[in-house]
Each structure stands twice: as C-alpha cells, then as structure tokens.
Design a binder for this molecule. Sequence first.
Ligand SMILES: [Zn+2]
Length: 129
Amino acid sequence: MDNNIVRKHCSFCGTKGKRGMRFGGGLGAMICESCVSHYHEVFASAAKTSRAARPPWEAMSDAEILSNLPLISQTADEVNEFLVEWVELARSRKLSWAEIGKAMGVSRQAVWERFAQRVEKLRAQASSA
Ligand SMILES: [Zn+2]
C-alpha cells in the first residue's frame, strides 16, 4: 500500500504532497492540512456553512471550470490506484476473485478482467523496490 504523500494530491484543492506535509486520507481521497483548517472553519460557522451550501461551480468562470478538469481527473486516477491497492490487499489475504467481485457487485470475471493485470504489476513493482 502506497502511503507516500509525495505521490498524492489533496483531493479538495489539488495541492501536491510534499515531504513534511500532513495529509488525511479515506477511501482514496486525500485532504491537506490547509483544507482541513478551511473546512473546520466552514463547519464551525453557521454563516460560512450556509454560504458553502451553494455549489461553487455556479459562480465559476469557464476558465475556472476548465482548470478543475485535470485536478478531478488526477483525483480519479489516485482513487482508482487506491482501489487497485485494496484489491491487491484482498488478494494477498487469499480472498478469491469471486469474493471481491461479490463485494463490488460484479462477477468474478468482471473483477478479474478489471484488476488482475494491475494487481500483478503492483506486486512486481513492490518486489523490485
Ligand atoms: Zn487541500
């Protein structure tokens, strides 16, 4: 499992992880300390919470919308990589492709086709590191 924040980005602001920074994570999404502070302030203030309830994209320019696309794609890539790491974790615990597929609501074949090669590549990288 890759726990190195240098290869991660904050899923909320896109900030690239650097040595010495602290990130929180959950289910593949990451959050930097700055965003934790920001959202703590927002949630602690009824006025800020009501302002934040409005979707930010309504006030964004087209350029701002476009500038967010690569950040969202980057987050999707990191979440997908996290999912592969968890499937590899499940496989390393000898859980079957059928059990993993059932947990994900797809067939054994579908989960194997989606993950088998990526899990093997991840294992090869881990054994050569
Ligand atoms: Zn952030």
